[in-house]
Write a protein that binds this ligand. Structure first.
Ligand SMILES: *Cc1c(COP(=O)(O)O)cnc(C)c1O
Length: 399
């Protein structure tokens, strides 16, 4: 008897194709918290490197108050929540954090989900379905793309940050269809802002609800760090604000803030809420403590933004086309996957870790080195990074 054919033999071809396209990825580990300098594991042993790839912009993941809140919650409530919120998975930290997030965002209510990814899946699939229309920026985060697909609504993509094109995509939506416009607040791979006031106009004119995913703006931009919509003066015109606990708030989890009726609906109809175990209390308590520090210490976000600006200025002074970053993301587009990988390797020689971002995270031919800064980085760290980037980009022949 011949052996049964291997049903997954095609994986070898798939992996070989990724390798041929310089798309294979290695999992990196580091033996430290998300600190400004970390001990990166390498084949030659641990290596101390400047960490320019954390989204923990305010440096709160390792803040003593945040860590202690997580530890205390673990002692009080245990490591896991045991069930979905609609069963008995909710504990006081969940309700407390939702109340505080809503108050912070100036919303009536808020709902926690297990990640920002799931928050997007939940809000989109709860608001549109078959026969409806969702209008989405072409550079929206993968979780939004997946949410749109999963909703079964008709997905209409508009050109990046182009409200006129968004309007055109809404204009001939079928009568009776529900309409949704969705955008990142700060775009995760380019670091630029969505034109939210104009998108509010478009949504209002066409009877569409507007959802903003502010994973990278929340905690960093606007009065009280409330985010991109607050910074651009249109917070009260956004129907659902999605954000994450995993970036500025240094923990894990996602949430939606909005009207009481919206949140009530999501509690019933957002499947990633209904069918997913509640976040562990330590993660929730950590985010709550981080929110306290974030609001008490506005200098953290000001410093993080200033450092991002300094990094971009340093690169521009060296002749590289790097836009002024409104938040904390500094992308340096180098083009090919190979150039990005070579640039990353060259940066590591100078003890700098900034990751090569390749397709499918970005469009083919726009591979980049993406640097993010934290409030806890020193001014000297940024100077060090500028020097390393200049050498790396000169080697890669990028100017
Ligand atoms: C990181 C990110 C998410 C996902 O958030 P997680 O909490 O990591 O799941 C969603 N949207 C955007 C724009 C992001 O950058």
């Amino acid at each position: 008897m011949s052996p049964a054919p291997d049903p997954l033999a095609w994986l070898d071809d798939g992996l070989a194709a990724l390798e041929a396209d310089e798309q294979l990825r290695a999992l990196r580990h580091h033996d430290s918290g998300a600190e400004p300098w970390i001990d990166l594991e390498t084949a030659a042993g641990p290596r101390r490197v400047l960490h320019l790839c954390s989204n923990g912009y305010l440096g709160l993941a390792t803040h003593p108050e945040v860590v202690e809140a997580a530890a205390a919650a673990a002692r009080d409530y245990g490591a896991g929540s045991g069930a979905a919120r609609l069963i008995t998975g909710g504990q006081p930290p969940h309700r407390e954090l939702e109340t505080e997030l809503a108050a912070w965002k100036g919303a009536e209510d808020a709902l926690l989900l297990s990640s920002g990814y799931l928050a997007n899946l939940g809000v989109v699939t709860a608001l549109v379905g078959r026969g409806d229309v969702v209008v989405s920026d072409e550079l929206n985060h993968a979780s939004i793309i997946d949410a749109c697909r999963l909703s079964r609504a008709e997905v209409r993509v508009y050109r990046h940050a182009d409200p006129d094109h968004a309007a055109a995509r809404l204009a001939d939506a079928p009568a009776g269809a529900r309409r949704l416009v969705i955008t990142d607040g700060v775009f995760s791979m380019d670091g630029d802002l969505a034109p939210l006031p104009a998108l509010c106009d478009v949504a209002e004119r066409h009877g569409a609800a507007l959802v903003v995913d502010d994973a990278h703006g929340s905690g960093v931009l606007g009065p009280d760090g409330r985010g991109t919509a607050a910074a651009l003066g249109c917070e009260d015109r956004v129907d659902a604000l999605v954000a994450t606990l995993s970036k500025a708030l240094g923990s894990l989890g996602g949430y939606v803030a909005g009207s009481a009726r919206l949140i009530r609906w999501l509690r019933h109809r957002a499947r990633p809420f209904v069918f997913d175990t509640a976040l562990p209390a330590p993660a929730v308590a950590a985010a709550r403590a981080a929110l306290g520090v974030l609001r008490r210490e506005p200098e953290r976000r000001e410093r993080a933004r200033r450092l991002a600006g300094d990094l971009a200025d340093g690169l521009r002074a060296a002749g590289h086309a790097v836009a002024a970053p409104p938040a904390c993301i500094v992308p340096v587009v180098v083009g090919s996957n190979r150039a990005a990988l070579d640039g990353m390797a060259r940066l590591l020689e100078d003890d700098v870790l900034a990751v090569a971002i390749r397709p499918p995270s970005v469009a083919p031919g726009t591979a980049r080195l993406r640097a993010t800064v934290m409030a806890t980085h020193a001014d000297d760290d940024v100077a060090h990074a500028v020097g390393a980037f200049r050498r790396a980009l000169a080697t890669a022949g990028v100017g």
